[in-house]
Design a protein around this ligand. Sequence first.
Ligand SMILES: C[S@@+](CC[C@H](N)C(=O)[O-])C[C@H]1O[C@@H](n2cnc3c(N)ncnc32)[C@H](O)[C@@H]1O
Length: 256
Amino acid sequence: MANSNEVTQDFLDSVQYQPESILQYELVYGEDFVSPGGKALAQEMIARLALAPGSRVLDVGCGLGGSAFVMAREFDLKVDGIDLSKNMLEMANRKLTAYGLAGQVNLEWKDCLQLDCDGFYDAIYSRDVFLHIHDKSRLFSVLHAALRTGGRLLFTDYCCGPKPWSDEFTDYVREREYDLHTPEAYAGLIENAGFTSVTGEDISARFTELLQAETARIAEAGMEASVREKLLDSWQQKIKRSKTGDQRWGFFTAVK
Ligand SMILES: C[S@@+](CC[C@H](N)C(=O)[O-])C[C@H]1O[C@@H](n2cnc3c(N)ncnc32)[C@H](O)[C@@H]1O
């Protein structure tokens, strides 16, 4: 059974991923993306999976489908993308149809804690999604089960520094209902689920660089002045949280 602390579709769609917020994120991260680094970083991460054409990949928390579209177009992979936000999925499926990728990419509304596809995937890829999942132990066992033996897991995620945190960071995590770990602790959670060859890297320096570039993009983007001010303020807060060392970013790989 899923942990009762888990966020619901309703929470995601009414708090963080309202349609207008999704469009604002997309302006910051680039077309089809809702996570740091946008398309360029997705291309880099997907290349690191080093998969043969035709391999089956699960994109967990696919958002607007950006990574799934890159996997299909540029790497000739067969992709299932799942996401718990109906707003996100609706926009992603409109893009999928417009791009004519329906033969290679399938996008479905699904909670990643409720997978039932044992041994099916050659790889599982996820970008900045697991911060929303509280029961990490269940998460990694479900993902482990969904992979074939030898299959690879690769993801990035928001992480944190050791406690105590600043009051501001504590409030931010509570309001978003995030569940964050230090990069070191995260690697242990992955290992506990039976994964081998686990690597965990603190890539916070890259996060800070991307935040600067995103701030410049917000400043230049065509949008209402009030929206620009709100986004700039939100990005300044992220820069501040990163500078204190409370907010971190992690990159993880593992093998079943
Ligand atoms: C920051 S967005 C990243 C989206 C996409 N991976 C990207 O890189 O553009 C996080 C996504 O995780 C999804 N998500 C959160 N909890 C989930 C769950 N339990 N199962 C599937 N998706 C979930 C959200 O709806 C949201 O689309």
